[in-house]
Design a protein around this ligand. Structure first.
Ligand SMILES: [Zn+2]
Length: 357
């Protein structure tokens, strides 16, 4: 995610931290002093463990998790692919909240012995309205009970929170993935509106932020599923245009820009001796046009990390490859020959055509 940097690496998973997280640290330090800092670091320690549990469950099903990103609203584990079977998604999404519940259960007796029952139970009693807040504050007791909040909050069926994902998985076994997602998104929206209402009425700004986040995240993931399920029946060859241009590593930037203006093509395979030497995208060209001399050779600008796809690649797979390689175009190869260029615009055009009627 843009604006985040690596904090640590555990089980081959990068733990990234987003810069906005430091705003949260500063806010708590301002509001509560050093205690606030310890509290928020403690909370995020358990958020990280929660996300690691999702990741380990995913790894059990052979799904690789590249990184966990810590944001002010919680953690996000980025999986290399979506779980294919509903029962996999069910287990993966429940692994996080179950961990927090286990923490509450397992540490109850050790912490009771350490702090005394009254001190340990105090935040819980305040939380549930069974005791008045008198200013007593034990950080360990607070961090302990925050695990219960993490569990309860995440298990709510507010898609795309864990509970919402688990519910979608359960529904998917009966009504299919697409319909189940649509229902889960609607439920996510209802929860978001409800949280937003509670936040407004009680003046909890944090609840309002969470409501906005859930609403937007539900919509965006619903849309992604909608697109993926629609385009996955089609293959690269279905959207591949006939005529295309290639350039050579010795072509100058000026020559390639000239082609962009006259040929309605913005991404080019770079060919050398009839073989693919690299690829240059619209974005690379725009950047180079600002930074480099117009007489620079394309060989020094092109990307060499972009793989060709085959004409039989399904479009959902194509989209994933584009995402992974941070590009909106890819060269197409058939029997060792480059036969075209496929772009995200081509995919979008197909999607619009299919859904317009
Ligand atoms: Zn979770």
């Amino acid at each position: 995610m843009r604006g985040s940097f690596k904090l640590a690496r555990v089980f081959g998973i990068d733990i990234d931290i987003h810069f906005t997280f430091f705003l949260l640290l500063a806010l708590f330090a301002l509001l509560m002093g050093p205690r606030g800092l310890v509290l928020i670091v403690g909370v995020f320690f358990f958020v990280t463990l929660h996300e690691l549990c999702h990741s380990l469950a995913a790894a059990y099903f052979g799904i690789q998790v590249k990184r966990i990103t810590l944001l002010p609203i919680g953690g996000v584990a980025s999986m290399a692919e979506m779980p294919k079977k509903p029962h996999q998604e069910l287990v993966i999404s429940l692994a996080g909240p179950v961990f927090n519940i286990l923490v509450v259960a397992v540490f109850y007796f050790p912490l009771t012995a350490l702090l005394g029952r009254e001190t340990l139970m105090y935040p819980f009693l305040v939380l549930t309205g069974r005791a008045e807040y008198t200013g007593g504050f034990n950080i360990l007791a607070h961090i302990y009970w925050i695990n219960l909040i993490l569990a309860v909050f995440n298990i709510l069926p507010a898609f795309p929170m864990d509970g919402g994902r688990a519910l979608r998985a359960l529904m998917a076994t009966r009504i299919g993935y697409k319909k189940a997602t649509r229902a889960a998104v609607r439920l996510g929206h209802i929860f978001a509106l409800f949280f937003g209402y509670l936040g407004l009425v009680n003046g909890h700004i944090f609840l309002i932020i969470i409501a906005v986040f859930i609403y937007m995240a539900a919509s965006s993931e619903g849309m992604q599923v909608q697109v993926r399920e629609t385009i996955k029946k089609y293959r690269v060859r279905d959207i591949l245009g006939g005529v295309f241009e290639t350039v050579s590593p010795t072509s100058t930037l000026a020559e390639v820009l000239e082609k962009v203006f006259h040929k309605h093509q913005e991404d080019f395979p770079v060919m050398e001796d009839g073989r693919l030497a690299g690829f240059i995208t619209r974005r690379d060209l725009i950047r180079a046009a600002h930074e480099k001399d117009k007489s620079s050779g394309i060989g020094g600008i092109m990307r060499t990390d972009i793989p060709p796809v085959s004409a039989s690649t399904p479009l959902d797979r194509l989209q994933k490859i584009m995402q992974d390689h941070n590009t909106s175009a890819l060269p197409v190869e058939e029997n060792g020959r480059i036969t075209g260029v496929v772009t995200l615009d081509d995919v979008n055009r197909l999607y619009i055509m299919l859904t317009e009627e």
